[in-house]
Design a binder for this molecule. Structure first.
Ligand code: TLP
Length: 344
């Protein structure tokens, strides 16, 4: 199967940049399970510094990053508070429960991705023999299913304060945390300063081919590293992956604003097409609803694919399109022309 020419299914489809391929080819490598890969060590130290945390850990994916983080924070029988729309609850096979005996305690996400403080507080289990032990809270920034919405530093600080008051750990699934930072013109440190752990992805908008990084305290990363090894995620000459990650963190963050501009351009154009209602756009993710006499989300996805445009239908009437490196303003204009010719 060849991917569509204008591929808006996800920012995970990004190709590595020429500078990444070059860096990968030249990377100094060693056995990372022995801690001897200089390029991995450099990436982990760089990530830790960017988030003002003590240590970092390269993992194979965002899913693995969230899993090792929660395994490192929790014991069997513990509970983690997370949103009903969170990626960790919906798209990670509830690995915490399957592999760690850690139960998700679900709180409703608001449309802007937040969990209300009072809802979090109500979900914290009292110290009682009947209940599991609440151990951690997991937030998602930006929020994938909630329209790519971002959490603010103030909101995150308020959740962190609540967590501290109850002796809970705060984990952030920051798969797209750099999109959240760019959209608000703040440093990622401000979005994560009181979090105990953060996972962020190199392989989405930052365009590296593989990998995510977890950051946190030295003691936490030591436990996360053990969990990663148990999951079979101890990689050897992983410097070839880390080299692309270093380029991603050095060169690919500022350009995310182009993706945000293209997402707005797409949503503005779609709002003028009959039968399409875009949701508000916050970062690089555009959701829209299809209410058309000839199309539902699935048939429109198929018709667009026939025109070499990829989107993801996520239910009977809702479609997701994601902008990223490799998608230019002209691609958005061409996509809008295709929509117009199909739907008008
Ligand atoms: N999201 C993917 C799909 O799994 C839906 C996508 O195309 O958006 N947290 C968040 C918020 C994510 O969006 C994703 C991936 C992950 C974690 C998991 O990352 P990977 O795919 O690297 O395991």
């Amino acid at each position: 199967m060849t991917p569509p020419r204008i591929d808006l299914r996800s920012d995970t489809v990004t190709q590595p940049t020429p500078a990444m391929r070059e860096a990968m080819a030249r990377a100094h490598v060693g056995d990372d399970v022995f801690g001897e890969d200089p390029t991995v060590n450099q990436l982990e130290a760089m990530a830790a510094a960017m988030f003002d945390k003590e240590a970092g850990l390269l993992v194979s994916s965002g899913t693995q990053g969230n899993l090792v983080s929660l395994l490192a924070h929790c014991q069997r029988g513990d509970e983690v508070i997370m949103g009903h729309n969170s990626h960790t609850y919906n798209y990670e096979q509830v690995g915490t429960a399957v592999l760690g005996g850690i139960a998700p305690r679900i709180v409703m996400n608001q449309p802007d991705g937040i969990l209300r403080l009072e809802d979090i507080e109500a979900a914290i289990m009292p110290d009682n023999v009947h209940f599991g032990i609440t151990r951690a809270i997991s937030l998602e920034n930006t929020h994938n299913r909630c329209g790519g919405a971002f959490l603010t530093p103030e909101y995150t600080d308020a959740v962190a304060a609540l967590a501290q008051r109850y002796g809970l750990k705060l984990h952030i699934d920051g798969a797209r945390i750099f999109n959240a930072a760019i959209a608000q013109e703040v440093d990622v440190k401000a979005l994560t300063r009181h979090a105990d752990s953060v996972t962020f992805c190199l392989s989405k908008g930052l365009s590296a081919p593989v990998g995510s990084v977890v950051v946190g305290s030295r003691a936490f990363i030591k436990r996360a590293r053990r969990a990663r090894k148990m999951l079979g995620g101890g990689m050897r000459q992983a410097g070839v992956i880390a080299a692309a990650g270093i380029v991603a963190l050095t060169e690919m963050i500022d350009r995310l604003r182009e993706d945000h501009a293209n997402a707005r351009r797409l949503a503005n154009g779609l709002s003028r097409i009959p039968g399409i209602q875009p949701e508000p756009v916050h970062t690089n993710i555009v959701y829209f609803h299809v209410d058309h006499p000839r199309f539902n989300a699935r048939t429109l996805q198929k018709a667009l694919l026939a025109e070499d445009v990829g989107v993801l239908a996520l239910g009977p009437g809702r479609i997701r399109a994601v902008t990223h490196y490799g998608i230019e303003a002209e691609d958005i204009e061409e996509t809008l022309d295709i929509f117009a010719s199909l739907l008008q």
